[in-house]
Design a protein around this ligand. Structure first.
Ligand SMILES: O=C(O)CCC(=O)C(=O)O
Ligand SMILES: [Fe+2]
Length: 399
């Protein structure tokens, strides 16, 4: 089975790999000494490096996105969650309908009056800026490693190309339990713990307050989505009760000297039930529309951007789709964003929810162990495994 849409540097015949590398170096005017730069301890964003260049067919095109951005901004549904708190039956029903329609038609929507306090949001933004403004040598004290996917990283790959971003990953609740290995017959699991920087003690409190508030919102949204599929709102709760594999990420996209060649995050779908994204006020997030055009999601400072992820796609047996998106960078202004990736426990056998399937509507996925899938995804973010990234389409059955 073949994963969808993946770029395969390093896996193909060496002649084309060399040609591709030469083409990248020619674009940049690099010589072989320059190539050593990305391995050094210097800030990788001080000078553009060939490892950031995305294949020509996936480079951003401002012309297309600008043309459509206004119409898309108008159409991404904005859902007001204020009525959720009052829980009058007709208000809840209306909310559930709106969420269902947004998930089915867009896979993306925004929520306002979401209940996450403004001071918690501001506290997070302030601390994140302080963290990323710290010299790289200090940030490396909390570096993510091949053994611990939590912490600081400025070498993340998406679709095997290096992202123009630095990140800091942490688990709500303090730790993340994952299978030790991808191999199906290896039963071991491993617990990864958050790393906190001693040089910025105030960061921890700001992040923990934020994660606590946003996780509550995640449960609310999960309930609304599940109810919108015609199921009891708590139908999937046991998958999220404990050992959730959720992750909170702080993204910093520095200004980029060649935004037409690189991406902050290459095209991807989120391996989550749902993502809650705080976008800040600098645009950059682009969503692939149904007609294949990349269109920008205009920032709304009062809203969170919500998207359906792979888990919801499988639960719903494809009724709700995980939508491809990416992040463009720019020459003038740095950008921050804060996705909260809400995910089930690693031991969950993920499959379409049985009540949604029947003889007329057969399950479109075979069951698979969620944690094993995630283990492989984490590993491929960290290094080029030389194979296409694993996607949920791998588990699709022909119906
Ligand atoms: O920065 C953004 O707006 C989105 C980031 C994103 O899609 C991700 O980290 O998965
Ligand atoms: Fe994403």
């Amino acid at each position: 089975m073949v994963a969808e849409g993946a770029h395969l540097p390093g896996q193909h015949c060496s002649v084309s790999a060399q040609e591709e590398q030469k083409e990248k170096e020619a674009i940049l005017g690099l010589d072989s000494d320059d190539r050593e730069f990305s391995d050094s301890n210097l800030n990788p964003f001080e000078r553009f490096d060939a490892s950031f260049i995305v294949p020509p067919e996936h480079r951003p095109s401002r012309r297309l996105t600008t043309r459509s951005s206004d119409s898309f901004a108008r159409h991404i549904p904005v859902i007001d969650l204020a009525s959720f708190a009052f829980s009058k039956t007709y208000e809840r029903e209306s909310l559930v309908l709106q969420v269902g329609r947004a998930c089915e038609e867009w896979g993306f929507f925004q929520v306002i009056n979401h209940g996450v306090p403004q001071n918690v949001v501001q506290g997070l933004k302030d601390e994140a800026k302080k963290f990323f403004d710290t010299p790289r040598a200090m940030k490396l004290q909390v570096k993510r490693t091949a053994d611990n996917p939590l912490g600081f990283n400025d070498g993340e790959l998406t679709k095997n190309v290096r992202d123009w971003k630095e990140i800091y990953d942490m688990a709500p609740g303090g730790s993340l339990e994952l299978p030790a290995k991808f191999d199906a017959d290896d039963p071991g699991s491993v617990i990864h713990r958050n790393q906190w920087p001693s040089f910025l003690p105030s960061l921890r409190r700001a992040c923990e307050d934020y994660m606590e508030a946003v996780e509550k919102l995640a449960f609310t949204l999960l309930e609304l989505m599940v109810e919108s599929l015609g199921l009891p709102p708590c139908r999937t709760h046991k998958h999220f009760e404990s050992s959730r594999t959720s992750l909170f990420r702080m993204n910093h996209y520095p200004v980029c000297p060649a935004p037409e060649l690189a991406l902050g995050v290459s095209r991807h779908k989120d391996s989550v039930a749902l993502t809650i994204l705080l976008q800040g006020d600098v645009e950059g997030l682009e969503v692939k529309s149904k007609d294949g055009e990349w269109i920008i999601v205009k920032p709304n400072p009062d809203a969170f951007v919500i998207n359906v992820g792979d888990v919801m796609q499988v639960y719903s047996n494809d009724k709700y789709q995980s939508i491809e998106h990416r992040v463009v960078v720019n020459k003038n202004v740095e950008r921050y964003s804060f996705p909260f990736f809400f995910r089930p426990a690693h031991w969950v056998d993920l499959c379409p929810i049985p009540e949604l399937t029947s003889d007329q509507c057969l399950p479109k996925y075979q069951p698979f162990k969620w944690g094993k899938y995630l283990r492989r995804r984490f590993d491929s973010n960290y290094k080029d495994l030389g194979v296409p990234n694993l996607q949920i389409s791998h588990y699709r059955v022909n119906v």
